[in-house]
Design a protein around this ligand. Structure first.
Ligand code: IVH
Length: 711
């Protein structure tokens, strides 16, 4: 029998399911949903949960001062999710469950702002600030108003993107980008995923617009880039770009990987609110669940304003977000209206811009790190230079293509940029050197590995030149360091220096050697900086790391492209190392976030001789190579491998897979000698032939259900 390429269409899912439940096919509903009305008690509980979650969400996201542990919050959220799944009528658009998992949008709709979103004129330094004040006084003078002083509000100018949030009767209705000031884009689906954006506010006027800045914190930005680099993805230039990209994504479920924050800085359109001052408006925002920076100051003289601007300038590098200046606003709203604007720039507000964070210096050399998988990664060695108050000696160069694109040549003057806390970067050659006739050549990666002298190679598919010597000491060190690192096996008290020392002394060659250190305790004690106590602690920490879950072990192996997220996804999908080792490229590629190319790279690294040996070694030592808790080791199908083929009469592929897994079994795609059962539906294809050839037991759906104890 041949599979035949033309499969009949599978029956519509709902019908098949209804049949199995013995219900009339035309009235079908997902089983989790109830057709009934929720009881009064259920309604009250849902309302209570929403209120509790709102309260604790505000404590956590906005005030940064939670009252309950994270898992207690998660438990409340789970309870509400369950209730809403059962009674969809309980779900409200401002429910805390609506922050995640919204539907992707086809494209971003244009939306007109109720009132234009203005921009800001700039001042640099004291003189220009005083000139701005003088212009305001002159303008008011022409209107017959004499003002000798103003009350100012001084705010950080966060470098993110401006958004407008529209609330109707206290419920977030629309979130939009600034766009050109008149027309922005509807990004409600993404903004509602931000914990600091209230979905619901108490005692709100019928119509309220709040404006603010959405940004990515430096911590989140660094973590995001690290993750992306681990997974072989391109990294973002700066937090602003990555925040802007995130907000404009079509699929809100991707926001979870790009955490954003928000500061509210203005009440926009709000016909039923009347404030005298901007300061009052900020206080109102704060009292109504919005996150308003607590370092915003109300000041009464220009000198105080200047001093405050300089303070922000100094503190700039200590903040967890990038600021590119300070915004100074006249607080009196009547005066604001009097002052009006020139073009897009209000007369009543101005941005104090910080001095540039770029500098020109000599690029003394480009040097190369070798990563754990052999990638040669360049960095710049600079003539030390002060940028934005900090002396820098080293700077990032992303990869060799980056060097060529930017035309960077060692020995020349270059422009370096330091943005906030982020690692300095080399931007381009300095303008004056580009004119030169005899420039040095563009820097190329070395022909030999700087650490082991092996000739380097540049595979076509990689942006990196590589050292392929697997005994390269630098590569080995990177790999060992990765293994014990915080996101991997998290061995407390193991820094890169210690790892290097153990490696140099020949105490650790492969990751498995860490677990054999107990046998070499005496040698450890002889090492510099290793006392009795620290050796005991270290050995205990190594032992403790045996308990790390499978996903971490998988990540720790250091497979190129398997970052933390991918490791977790692989662990969830395959549940143990054997299933992963048996999986085909196509099966690996079905894992979220992995495509064909990545799947194939992962598979070949997993099957590499050394990797196989390492896995065996670590497994014997007792590390976890199976997902605990997820795959039951008991159940009617414990230890059994099942392959599915063809269309089953009532169960979908996913349902059958779930039920087999819940019964302790494992589902794989290819029939082999190790397969215990083949479950064949209609039009089974070649798998049936193979199963028959290998004498694998073949079942139909009924047979499977019997095994599951569902007879
Ligand atoms: S007020 C007067 N306040 O700066 C209305 N803007 O060039 C102008 N920004 O697009 C906005 N922090 O993205 C204001 N505390 C703050 C701000 C701020 C950052 C950004 C905003 C705006 C740009 C104005």
């Amino acid at each position: 029998m041949s599979g035949g390429s033309e499969r009949p269409p599978s029956p519509p899912r709902a019908e098949a399911k209804a049949g199995s439940l013995g219900e009339p096919p035309e009235r079908t509903k997902a089983p989790a949903k109830s057709t009934g009305e929720p009881s009064e008690r259920t309604k009250a509980r849902a309302a209570e949960l929403r209120q509790l979650l709102e309260h604790h969400g505000h404590r956590y996201y906005v005030l940064d001062d939670p009252e309950i542990p994270d898992d207690a919050y998660d438990a409340l959220l789970d309870e509400l999710r369950t209730l809403e799944a059962e009674f969809p009528q309980l779900q409200t658009p401002d429910s805390p469950t609506q922050r995640v998992g919204g539907e992707p949008v086809g494209r971003l709709e244009k939306v007109e702002h109720l009132e234009p979103m203005l921009s800001l004129g700039n001042v640099r330094g004291e003189q220009e600030l005083k000139a701005w004040v003088a212009r305001m006084k002159a303008h008011l003078g022409r209107e017959g108003i004499v003002r000798r002083s103003f009350e100012y509000v001084v705010e950080p100018k966060v470098d993110g993107l401006a958004v407008s949030l529209l609330y109707r009767d206290g419920v977030l209705e629309r979130g939009a980008t600034r766009g050109n000031g008149e027309v922005g884009e509807d990004v409600t689906h993404n903004l509602r995923t931000i914990g600091q954006v209230p979905l619901h506010i108490e005692d709100a006027p019928p119509l309220l617009e709040v404006r603010g800045e959405v940004y990515m914190s430096l911590g989140d930005f660094a973590a995001l880039n690290e993750r992306r680099a681990e997974e072989g993805l391109s990294t973002f230039m700066n937090p602003r770009n990555s925040a802007a990209g995130a907000v404009r994504q079509l699929d809100p479920s991707l926001m979870a990987e790009r955490p954003l924050s928000m500061w509210a800085y203005q009440v926009g359109v709000a016909p039923d609110l009347s404030f005298e001052t901007h300061w009052e408006a900020l206080e109102w925002l704060r009292e109504h669940s919005f996150r308003v920076n607590s370092d915003i100051k109300r000041l009464r003289s220009e000198d105080e304003v200047i001093a405050q601007c300089l303070r922000w300038q100094e503190r700039r590098g200590e903040l967890d977000f990038e600021i590119d200046g300070v915004v100074i606003k006249v607080s009196d709203l009547k005066l604001q209206r009097r002052l009006g604007s020139v073009g897009r720039d209000p007369r009543w507000a101005v941005a104090w811009k910080f001095p540039p964070t770029t500098a020109v210096t000599r690029l003394n050399a480009v040097e190369w790190n070798v990563g754990k998988s052999g990638d040669l990664r360049p960095y710049a060695v600079l003539e030390p230079v002060a940028v934005g108050g900090v002396t820098i000696k080293l700077a990032t160069l992303h990869n060799e293509e980056d060097i060529v694109r930017k035309d960077i040549r060692a020995g020349e003057d270059v422009i370096v940029l330091r943005a906030g806390d982020v690692i300095p970067q080399v931007v381009s050659p300095a303008p004056h050197v580009v004119e030169h006739e005899d420039r040095p050549p563009v820097t190329r990666p070395p022909a030999r590995c700087p650490y082991c002298d092996t000739p380097t190679v540049k595979p076509n598919e990689s942006v990196f030149t590589k050292c392929l010597n697997r005994d390269c000491p630098e590569r080995a060190w990177q790999l060992l360091k990765h293994f014990v690192g915080r996101a991997a096996m998290d061995v407390d008290g193991f820094g890169e220096k210690q790892v290097a020392l153990l490696q140099q002394r020949g105490l650790v060659k492969s990751a498995a050697d860490f677990y054999r250190l107990r046998e070499r305790r005496e040698e450890l004690l002889e090492l510099e900086g290793f006392g009795e106590l620290s050796v005991n602690n270290l050995l205990d920490a190594i032992d403790a790391s045996k308990q790390r879950p499978f996903a971490r072990v998988l990540f720790a192996l250091g497979i190129e492209e398997v970052g933390e997220v991918t490791a977790r996804n692989l662990a969830m999908r395959f549940r143990d190392i054997d299933a992963l080792l048996e999986a085909s490229v196509a099966e690996i590629a079905e894992t979220p976030g992995i495509g064909e190319k990545m799947g194939s790279a992962i598979r070949s690294q997993l099957h590499d001789d050394r990797m196989v040996a390492l896995i065996e070694d670590l497994r014997k030592i007792g590390l976890r190579f199976a997902e605990a808790g997820l795959a039951p080791t008991s159940g009617p199908l414990a230890g059994k491998t099942v392959v599915l083929t063809g269309t089953l009469p009532t169960l979908s592929r996913e349902e059958a897979t779930e039920r087999i897994q819940a019964a302790g079994g494992r589902v794989t795609s290819a029939v082999s000698k190790k397969t215990h059962y083949l479950v064949a539906g209609e039009v089974p294809g070649s798998k049936l032939e193979k199963a028959e050839r290998l004498h694998v037991r073949v079942l139909d759906e009924r047979g499977l259900l019997d095994l599951l104890g569902d007879g």
